[in-house]
Structures are given as C-alpha cells and as structure tokens.
Design a protein around this ligand. Structure first.
Ligand code: SF4
Ligand code: SF4
Length: 335
C-alpha cells in the first residue's frame, strides 16, 4: 500500500489534486460518486471539480460544465460502434436514420474534464489540464451544438460522473429540441460507472427513450488490483453495472448496456478477463464486450502496447465464458 499510495500521490501532485478523497468531519458532503467526499472549507473534492466555498458545495453543475466538445462524422471510432445504431443501423427506423452505418451524419462528442478515479494508465489524461481557470459551458450552450445532422451525443472524458448534473440537463434540453423537430438524437455515455445509483437511473432512462447506450469501462475484477491501478474500489462500478443490466430487457435492440476493458500488459491478464466475462455472462450473455488495446501513456508510458496474440487469446477466453458478442477494439494499436 505505501508503494501504491506514493505512485498515486505522484500522479496527482502536478495537477494539485487531493491525494485521497477528503474525509473532514463537518465538511461539505458530495454524494455524486463513490468517493462521497467530505470537503473541508476552501478545499476541493477528489475529482478536483467540486469545492467547499464558505460552507457550500460549488463547482461545475447544472449551470456550467468544464469540458471540450467537437463533432465527429459517423460512423465514428466509438466503443459501441460495432453494435450501435450509428455504426450498424440497429433500431432502424426508430433509432437510426439508415438501415446501415449512418454516413452523412455526426456525433457530438463531449469531453468532460475531471474524473472520480485516478488510473495510472489513463488513456485520456489531458482531461486533468482543464480543471482550473477558463470558461464554463452551460447546458443550453452545449445543446445548441446539436444541429440537424447530429444523431448522437457521447459524454466521456475524463469521466462524465463528477459533472453528471450538467450532462443530464444538457440531454433534457437537446432531446426537447430534437423531439420538436422530429429528429433522432441518441444519448450515450462512456463511464467508469462510479456514480450515485440515482444518477445512473436517470442516465439509463434518457438512453432508453432515445436509442442510446451506457458503456461501462470495467477496469479490473480483483478489487486490490483495481485500487492499485485506479486508486479507488470497483465495488460501486460492479453494483451499478448489475443494476443497469436489469433494464436490458426493456429494449434489447439496440443494446442499452455495453462493457469494455483495457488490456493493460502485465496487469490485466487472462484470469482477469475470465472473471469479468464470467460475471457479465451471468447477468446476460448478449451484453456486448469490447477488449481495448492499451497504448503507453501517462504513468505507464514505459509499458509495451497490447500484443495481438494476447488480445485474441482474451477474446477466446471471454467467449469460453459464454459471452456471445465480443470484439477487439483499436486493432490498429496492437503489436
Ligand atoms: S464528484 Fe465524487 S470525487 Fe468529486 S467531489 Fe463529489 S464525491 Fe468527490
Ligand atoms: S455515441 Fe452512441 S450512437 Fe453514437 S456512435 Fe457512440 S454508441 Fe453509437
């Protein structure tokens, strides 16, 4: 533990992030994610976004989010593109504009700064650079980026979790606009799954009605390994995934719930993939599962990329455990 704590401290210090979730008796409590920070006056929560200002919780919220956004032509390089309406036409004509890939349309990609985890292998670590200073984007401003050719919004980051109230409000405004003009607009999420379950329920409702999906990144099965790599327990993530799986039957196609795991060399091994796959299959054998290639980044910039042999072996393992929809993502990265 001392060795691991040192590694996480070193990863957070350059960004002035708290070393551990604050536990200040009498501090302001934030209940947005698993960390349940108790923030002392003048300090910030583990994500670096929410603060205790004069005894009140402040930070990006329904009013303004800390984020970058851009349009991506469809079909795009999305964790779920191999099963979703944009990549395949699943759910046509209610949820997709074409019976195949949605060429000619676009995705609104919303990259939230900040995260509730501290993954040493983070593949998008630049999200930490946008935590301080600069302007904030209101839900109404962000919803204005949805034009007549936008068919989906994908909230990712960092992680959308610490700023979920902002993302939920944006989705409500954007969906109202899309419904008024009778256009398809799917609401999708890419997340570590650490949010308060009541927020997850609202995410699921929005995705269900719009034809979108919730993509959970299941980073490790063993909780000790998860804490070592990500600084936080995986308990809430697994509970939330199981909770989300109960809604699958409400709309089996296009899939509501999608899982992924990054194949970090030397850490996420065959046994990890076997355990995760066995568990997903016990919930529903048709949950799509994407195995993602690792690229050396951030604190793990001295590791090799995932090998092709290992990725294909993991795919076999996941299928042996009963999963029917397994895919290797980022094939071009594999060595
Ligand atoms: S969102 Fe999570 S990490 Fe951020 S302050 Fe709230 S409980 Fe802490
Ligand atoms: S955001 Fe949703 S609909 Fe769009 S490409 Fe990704 S998974 Fe598909």
């Amino acid at each position: 533990m001392p060795f691991l704590e040192k590694a996480h401290r070193r990863s957070r210090k350059p960004f002035q992030l708290p070393q551990v979730p604050p536990r200040s008796k009498g501090g302001v409590v934030c209940d947005v994610c698993v960390n349940q920070c108790e923030i002392p006056e003048g300090a910030k929560g583990y994500c670096g976004l929410r603060r205790n200002q004069a005894g009140k919780l402040s930070g990006p919220s329904e009013g303004g989010g800390r984020l970058r956004w851009y349009h991506d032509p469809l079909p795009t390089n999305c964790v779920a593109d191999w099963v979703c309406p944009a990549g395949t036409g699943a759910g046509f004509p209610r949820f997709a504009s074409r019976s195949g890939p949605e060429y000619g349309f676009k995705n609104l990609a919303v990259f939230y700064h900040g995260c509730s985890f501290d993954c040493l292998f983070c593949q998008n670590w630049t999200h930490r650079e946008g935590l301080e200073g600069g302007g904030e984007v209101s839900p109404t401003q962000l919803a204005e980026a949805v034009d007549p050719y936008t068919r989906c919004i994908c909230y990712f980051g960092g992680d959308p979790t610490p700023q979920l109230p902002h993302a939920l409000q944006t989705s409500i405004v954007a969906l109202k606009k899309a419904q008024a003009s009778r256009t398809i607009l799917r609401i999708c999420w890419e997340t570590n799954g650490s949010m308060n379950p009541s927020l997850l329920d609202r995410m699921l409702d929005l995705s269900l009605e719009s034809g979108g999906c919730v993509k959970f990144d299941l980073k490790a099965w063993n909780d000790n390994l998860h804490r070592a790599l990500c600084g936080v327990s995986n308990r809430r993530t697994l509970e939330n995934f199981e909770r989300a799986s109960r809604s699958i039957s409400k709309r089996p196609d296009p899939p509501l719930l999608v899982a992924s795991t990054l194949l970090v060399p030397g850490y996420i091994d065959e046994e990890e993939i076997r355990q995760i796959s066995r568990w997903i299959a016990s919930l529903h054998r048709d949950i799509p599962y994407a195995l993602l290639a690792f690229y050396p980044q951030f604190c793990f910039d001295d590791l090799p990329v995932t090998s092709r042999t290992f990725a294909f072996r993991c795919k076999e393992v996941a299928e042996e455990e009963g999963l029917r929809r397994v895919r290797i993502g980022n094939m071009h990265v594999l060595s």
